[in-house]
Ligand binder design. Structure first.
Ligand code: NAD
Ligand code: TYD
Length: 352
């Protein structure tokens, strides 16, 4: 039995589905179902007793303590977070509440539970914290990619709150001996991605004949990783990671934002051409830049490859094609997100 927090979000949902394809170990999924939580993404597991969904906040120590006592997990994987940089600029408070205060409360609940475990279970227990490369700040074009020893230089309220949570996790290992692992991953893309982030937004807007907003000059660079590869990396770190260590996870796919948008447009031109015969890239609109916009993220993922033998399976070309196809084949999921119907889905289909 393992706990996953934030399992109704983009990466958590992909992780749970992938996990249950690989083995039968049960998952308790604790998610507060914020705007980003979408249980419809997990509809394929609706009658699967291996997935137990609990609506709850990682900061609710009473609930988390009860659940830990009841289910006795061997690991807690913390995906729960506020995750969108633009939202953190407009309203940073929830980021502090969930990412910092929430992670702190979760760590406390887990520490108390872990302390009471028998020696064997105590040794084998893991707290895996899912974090981001954004904690390292921004790189110039010619600087080497982020390694695990790169200084923390977060620039947005989102990345600052994630950095704070990473520090708390680290401190619980050094101070209390809690067996922790931290992963810092680059930008993910793939199925079930909420269409407020660049890639799903471009796909969805393109199909709806809307503008494709590119911030500033579109020359900012991100490293992109297909979400299933992130999931396999997390599984590998959980299985074999050294306690107290951090692992950078990346796709070796540095791309400018404008390249990403052009790639998505070209795939849509091929797979779902516009009715008027024009190209989707005609919908691109350069808009005001994001305040404090980080110029470049790049991950040096050599440590996880060298020490744990993990490498991404997808190239950007294969991953982005699968992603665009998924959105074309799952218009209903998109429609329910856009109409807000996904928030009613839980009441109709789950007892929480
Ligand atoms: P997401 O926003 O899609 O999902 C977050 C989930 O957490 C949602 O289901 C939401 O309901 C839940 N949640 C929010 N606050 C909660 C709380 N207080 N208690 C319980 N649940 C809560 O995010 P994502 O893209 O799936 O990211 C998952 C994790 O991976 C985050 O920690 C994020 O920082 C990290 N990460 C994301 C990316 C990326 O590209 N998306 C890259 C690197 C790291
Ligand atoms: P995003 O998907 O929000 O991820 P992050 O900010 O965590 O990297 O954005 C990816 C890049 O795309 C980032 O440089 C901002 C840019 N961007 C746009 O140009 N237009 C958009 O509409 C969005 C959402 C992002």
């Amino acid at each position: 039995m393992i706990f996953v927090t934030g399992g109704a979000g983009f990466i958590g949902a992909n992780f749970i589905m992938n996990w249950l394809l690989q083995n039968d170990e049960h998952i308790v999924n604790i998610d507060a179902l914020t705007y980003a939580g979408n249980l419809e993404s997990l509809s394929s597991l609706q009658n699967d007793t291996r997935h137990i969904f609990i609506k709850g906040d990682i900061g609710d120590t009473t609930l988390i303590t009860e659940l830990l006592e009841k289910y006795q997990p061997r690991a807690v994987l913390n995906f729960a977070a506020e995750s969108h940089v633009d939202r953190s600029i407009h309203g940073p408070e929830t980021f502090i509440q969930t990412n910092v205060v929430g992670t702190f409360h979760l760590l406390e609940s887990v520490r108390i539970y872990w302390n009471k475990l028998k020696e064997d279970s105590k040794t084998n227990f893991r707290f895996l914290h899912v974090s981001t490369d954004e904690v390292y700040g921004s790189l110039n074009k010619n600087e080497p990619a982020f390694s695990e020893t790169h200084r923390y230089e977060p620039n947005s309220p989102y990345s600052a709150s994630k950095a704070a949570s990473d520090h708390l996790v680290r401190s619980y290992h050094h101070t209390y001996g809690l067996p922790v692992l931290t992963t810092n991953c680059s930008n993910n893309y793939g199925p079930y991605h909420f269409p407020e982030k660049l890639i799903p937004l471009v796909i969805v807007n393109a199909l709806a004949s809307k503008a494709l907003p590119v911030y500033g000059d579109g020359q900012q660079i991100r490293d992109w990783l297909f979400v299933k590869d992130h999931c396999s990396a997390i599984r590998r770190v959980l299985e074999a990671g050294q306690l107290g260590e951090t692992y950078n996870i990346g796709g070796w796919n540095e791309k400018t934002n404008i390249d990403i948008v052009h790639t998505v447009c070209a795939l849509l031109d091929e797979l779902r051409p516009r009715h008027d015969g024009k190209k989707y890239c005609e919908q691109i609109a350069f808009v005001a830049d994001r305040p404090g916009h980080d110029q470049r993220y790049a991950i040096d993922a050599q440590k996880i490859e060298r020490e744990l033998g993990w490498k991404p399976a997808e190239t950007f070309e294969t991953g982005i094609r699968k992603t665009v196809r998924w959105y074309l084949d799952n218009q209903n999921w998109v429609a329910n997100v856009q109409s807000g119907a996904y928030r009613e889905w839980v009441e109709k289909n789950y007892t929480v």
